[in-house]
Every structure is written in structure tokens, then in C-alpha cells.
Design a protein around this ligand. Sequence first.
Ligand code: DX5
Ligand code: ZN
Length: 214
Amino acid sequence: MKKIISASILSADMLNLGEELKRVNDSGADMIHFDVMDGIFVNNISFGFPVLEAVEKNSDMMLDVHLMIQQPDRYIERFAAAGADIITIHYESDGDTLEILKKIKSAGIKSGLSVKPGTSFEEVKKYLKYTDMLLIMTVEPGFGGQKFMVEMLEKIRCAKSYIEENKLDISIQVDGGINSETSALASEAGAEIFVAGNYLFKAENMKSAVESLR
Ligand code: DX5
Ligand code: ZN
């Protein structure tokens, strides 16, 4: 099965974002992962619309937007207009999950639903038929450079078998602490889309780092 690699620009050199985008473009990665944090849903603040618009203007790659914000409902249209190709919301954030997933789809783009490490798969399985992607966080959201939580492999396996049993058209994404070893573990468990920040941006050769994830 083809692995999809999404490069998280949270780990990029912000002063040289244009150069960093070229590096991602030439690396063979499939998508750009864009982490939005509001300082409320998570204990960190990252970037928002102006940066997304700039990235969209300077790259042809798919933009995979991960919203770690408390009230995603308020901003779906704006993120879609700013260039998002996929918008992922957190199950633990405010608002009616199903309505927000529908709102994302009605913007003509793909949707994702994410779960923090403490949220069980059981809680979200009823939403799977309404979304394109399930993001299983493999670290506590908020910061790059954390260690992959091996305990999440069981959640991935559980989700994968439910998806297969119910013949759902949905992919599993993993995010947090992904490197060549942890991506292999997550892939074995059933993940197909791999977000990587530090592992790619701190690599001397991003292209070989991408290849090592496949
Ligand atoms: C963390 C973010 C991740 C982060 C991953 O909350 O959602 O996308 O950039 O970074 P690494 O790959 O360094 O763990
Ligand atoms: Zn992310």
C-alpha cells in the first residue's frame, strides 16, 4: 500500500519559509501539514491565515490543515478560502462534530477528524462514515519534537479493523514523533498517512528522510 507523507511545517525555519517550501517540494513528500494552534485548545500558538495564504501561493502541493483550536466551526470557510485541501478538526474541540464535518465537505474539500491520545476510538467511530480521514495523535497535541506513544498502536489497530469490517472509505493518519521506525510500526498497525515535522526538517537530506518513511 502506498504511504502518504505529509511534511509538518511547524518544524520549518520560519525566517526562510520560501526556501523550506522548495525543500519540501523537492523531497518527494505528498502534502504539506499545517498546524494551527490557538493557545486555548492546546498550550501553544502557531500560525494562521496569512501564512496559509502565502504557502498556498508558493506551493502546488496539497495543504493538509490540522486545526488545534477550541472553536473550529467559526473558521472553516476562511481556512477553505485560504487554500486548505483537507481540514482536520479535533473531536475534543467545541461544536457539533457532525455539522462541522459537513461544513468542511460543503466547502468542496476533504475532512479529517482527530483524536487526542486520551480519547478512545469507541467515542468517535460513529463519525467515521462522514469523514475522509481519521487522525490518531501519537503525541499530546501542541508541540513538535515529542516522542511517539507506542500505546497508540492499539488504537490504530482497532480503527483499522473497524474500517475494514464496515468497508468504510477512510484513511488513518498519524501525527507526532514519526520517524523511520515509528512509521513502520504505525503502518503495520494500519496507518496510511504519516505526518512528520522534526524528522524531515532537521534531516540533512529531506529526500532520503522521506524515502525512509515509505
Ligand atoms: C503536534 C503537531 C504535529 C507536529 C509533529 O501537535 O500536530 O503536526 O508538527 O511534529 P514531530 O513530527 O516533530 O513530532
Ligand atoms: Zn499536526
